[in-house]
Design a protein around this ligand. Structure first.
Ligand SMILES: Cc1cc2nc3c(=O)[nH]c(=O)nc-3n(C[C@H](O)[C@H](O)[C@H](O)COP(=O)(O)O)c2cc1C
Ligand SMILES: [Fe+2]
Ligand SMILES: [Fe+2]
Length: 382
């Protein structure tokens, strides 16, 4: 597959992986992208996960058309992109491995002291391949310390590492935004500030094509994708709406959460409802960031909150959740205190506005709780 006349796609699809990065459901698989720039010198851009080494090496060989690669550029040392490094070096011992100081520090931790034939680059350095020239744009902590983008000057192609990546194999037909957003907030989310810095660097480049390490190559409407990354990395809500996430055992807290959802929808508010024990937690994290308001409903559980709710709140905390309005619905048969406990976790987060209305259920939803639900729906719909 050709991206341009001289830039070829040599990546692979993985549709058999059960969980990406050990925790993310990927119903449509994932792609590990790799590219080849063919010029007087040939540069291979990144390798792939160990699950697909052989298939990738075949792709490399076919694309080489009998030639030998001069360079392998390593933009990211996470093993979904670097695990086939050693196999590549064994097959093409004359190729020079291109990375920065941090790339090789990490690479040696994975592979030992095998990098004799290496070219260490600094931020802004250029590598001439012939008519093509790669300029290295460091993107530290997007989302590992060694990450660097490569910008090809003649064809204006940005090799963007994990940035602009999405879940889903390349042959699946699905919306970019939903799966790119789930990828972004769960994998990169903590590093909004560093994404903002690299977006500023990228703004100085004239970009025609973006080649990420996962998901489709982007060549149209680039302002749309860059705009999304700008909103996501600044932690601003993307859409108006309420994410309602509940943790319930016998169904009463669930009933309360569903009643709230119906009342909100009746007022024209967009609602995204999650049963935290059964949903894909990564989807709930995604929507918590997408919308401007969040409602958490949990039973009181052994004097605390239900473990799935604790887990969810912890995910939000790790990913730097901020700038949202948050409300609570609690339940408990003898001493309901989950509302107070959930609130305490959010007090340490930046710029959280707490709704005044709190819903307290004392086992089953009765008249007083119903009034509180209505009051909360009214407050959140304003
Ligand atoms: C394992 C377990 C621990 C619980 N711990 C508490 C508690 O510490 N305080 C309390 O008031 N209720 C506690 N409860 C009771 C539930 O919070 C209460 O019955 C609630 O109404 C259940 O809501 P649900 O119908 O949504 O599951 C506990 C229930 C279970 C099963
Ligand atoms: Fe990564
Ligand atoms: Fe990746």
């Amino acid at each position: 597959m050709n991206i341009t006349e001289n830039i070829k796609y040599i990546g692979v699809n993985d549709k058999t992986i059960d969980l990406f990065e050990g925790q993310y459901e990927v119903p449509n698989g994932v792609s590990y992208n790799s590219y080849m720039i063919v010029d007087q010198k040939i540069a291979v851009m990144d390798t792939v996960d160990v699950r697909k080494t052989e298939e990738w090496l075949d792709n490399v060989e076919i694309a080489l058309c009998g030639r030998v690669p001069d360079y392998l550029v390593v933009s990211h040392m996470e093993p979904d992109h670097s695990a086939s490094l050693k196999a590549f070096m064994q097959k093409y011992p004359s190729a020079t491995i291109v990375g920065n100081e941090k790339t090789f520090n990490i690479a040696e931790r994975f592979f030992g002291d095998i990098f004799k034939n290496k070219h260490v680059v600094k931020d802004g350095d250029e590598l001439v391949l012939g008519a093509h020239t790669l300029k290295f744009v460091f993107a530290p902590m997007v989302h590992w310390p060694e990450v660097m983008f490569s910008y090809e000057l003649s064809e204006k192609v940005l090799f963007s590492a994990d940035a602009f990546g999405k879940f889903g194999a390349l042959d699946c037909d699905e919306d970019w935004t939903c799966e790119a957003r789930r990828y972004y907030f769960n994998i990169v989310g903590k590093y909004g500030a560093t994404v903002q810095s690299v977006l500023k660097k990228a703004a100085a480049l004239d970009i025609k094509i973006v080649c990420p390490l996962h998901g489709p190559v982007l060549s149209e409407n680039l302002d749309y994708y860059i705009g999304k990354y700008n909103v996501w990395s600044s932690y601003l809500p993307e859409d108006k709406g309420v994410t309602v996430a509940y943790a319930s055992i016998y169904g009463n807290t669930k009933t309360a959460a569903e009643k709230l959802a119906v009342e909100l929808e009746n007022k024209g508010v967009k609602v995204s409802l999650f049963d935290l024990a059964r949903c894909d937690l990564a989807e709930a994290v995604e929507d918590a960031f997408r919308y401007d308001k969040l409602v958490l409903a949990s039973i009181t559980y052994d004097g605390g909150i239900m473990p799935v709710m604790e887990d969810f709140i912890n995910h939000l905390k790790i990913k730097n959740y901020q700038n949202r309005t948050v409300a609570f619905m609690e339940n408990g048969s003898w001493a309901p205190m989950s509302g107070k406990l959930m609130r305490a976790s959010f007090e340490a987060m930046k710029n959280i506005t707490f709704a005044e209305s709190v819903v307290t259920v004392k086992s089953a939803v009765e008249a007083q709780a119903e009034q509180q639900i209505t009051a909360l729906a009214t407050e959140l719909s304003k």
